[in-house]
Write a protein that binds this ligand. Structure first.
Ligand SMILES: C[C@H]([C@H](O)CC(=O)SCCNC(=O)CCNC(=O)[C@H](O)C(C)(C)COP(=O)(O)OP(=O)(O)OC[C@H]1O[C@@H](n2cnc3c(N)ncnc32)[C@H](O)[C@@H]1OP(=O)(O)O)[C@H]1CC[C@H]2[C@@H]3CCC4=CC(=O)CC[C@]4(C)[C@H]3CC[C@]12C
Length: 259
């Protein structure tokens, strides 16, 4: 299987699994990823997802060997593919639940592109990041030319996109591309701890916060607050909003039901 999917309690772990090519993307891998994202969105027992890679690598982007079989543009010309939405890479689509990246080794090109669709990012200290498409005369069609300048300071994003150079894990953390650097081999364990913390929180609150972050992006402040207050008020009216404060006063863990 080019990608593996495992549910551990409320956490769904998706592992890109072509370690012999540093988990370069294949159509089969992308089909499993797309189905996994559908499952995250529709299965109420899943509260958080983790994306990781097998064999000490995250993902090396598109399969460059497969691209040499024919002109890389032929696939698009022949079937009129619309790349404004690529579900597997969460381009043009965002999950309704938090997605955590657990990165070991290279997360390059398409690997750094899908990273930008994750909410919390953890990497082993030998991880490397970059959007190297321009080095091969290609375009980062996983969305980085749009998304990276929205996530990083402009000049950092432009530098990475235009030079195709790679960053170490510490440089990526300094640039704000990732949030946590951990010893090599511990990215998944650390991501699981973060996932457990999030999964123990009120699921309605978590999903409403995420929805607000996503849907207010780029809105004028007053429009953003109008939407935010509509989404947030519904959380306050839930059963979970009664349970949380009650649990605090009774000095026990809350039992959230997601209603
Ligand atoms: C458009 C997007 C996306 O933006 C385009 C890309 O991602 S282009 C890919 C660019 N990739 C790179 O620049 C990375 C290249 N690799 C490296 O730099 C290094 O290997 C490394 C830093 C990752 C690791 O270095 P190491 O020293 O640790 O290891 P190394 O010895 O180099 O490698 C070990 C072996 O692994 C092989 N390897 C590594 N990377 C690749 C790779 N990318 N491809 C193939 N093989 C790789 C290496 O050769 C070694 O093997 P040996 O045998 O030992 O030599 C696009 C993203 C997804 C696309 C869609 C995919 C599905 C589709 C299918 C279609 O038919 C239609 C189109 C589409 C929808 C397609 C559309 C474009 C994308 C969205």
């Amino acid at each position: 299987m080019d990608a593996l999917v495992e549910q551990r309690g409320p956490i769904l772990i998706v592992t890109m699994n072509r370690p012999e090519v540093r988990n370069a993307l294949s159509p089969a891998m992308m089909a499993v990823m797309r189905d996994a994202w559908d499952r995250v969105d529709t299965d109420p027992s899943i509260r958080v997802a983790i994306l990781t890679g097998a064999g000490g690598a995250f993902c090396a982007g598109a399969d460059l060997r497969a691209m040499t079989a024919e002109h890389p543009g032929d696939g698009f010309r022949s079937n009129g593919t619309d790349l404004s939405r690529i579900d597997a890479l969460l381009k043009g689509r965002r999950l309704t639940k938090p997605l955590i990246a657990a990165v070991e080794g290279p997360a390059v090109a398409g690997g750094t592109e899908i990273l930008q669709a994750t909410d919390v990012r953890v990497a082993g200290e030998s991880a490397r990041f970059g959007v190297s498409e321009a080095r091969w005369g290609l375009f980062p069609l996983g969305g980085s030319a749009v998304r990276l300048p929205r996530q990083l300071p402009y000049t950092v994003a432009a530098d990475l996109l235009l030079t195709g150079r790679h960053l170490t894990a510490f440089e990526a953390r300094d640039a704000g591309l990732i949030g946590h650097v951990v010893p090599d081999g511990e990215a998944l364990a650390h991501a699981l701890k973060i996932a457990e913390t999030i999964a123990a929180n009120g699921p309605l609150a978590v999903q409403a916060i995420l929805r607000t972050i996503r849907e207010t992006e780029g809105l004028p402040e007053n429009e953003a607050f109008a939407l935010e207050s509509r989404i947030g008020t519904r959380v306050f009216m839930s059963e979970d909003a009664k349970e949380g404060p009650r649990a605090f006063i009774e000095k026990r863990k809350p039992h959230f039901k997601g209603v």
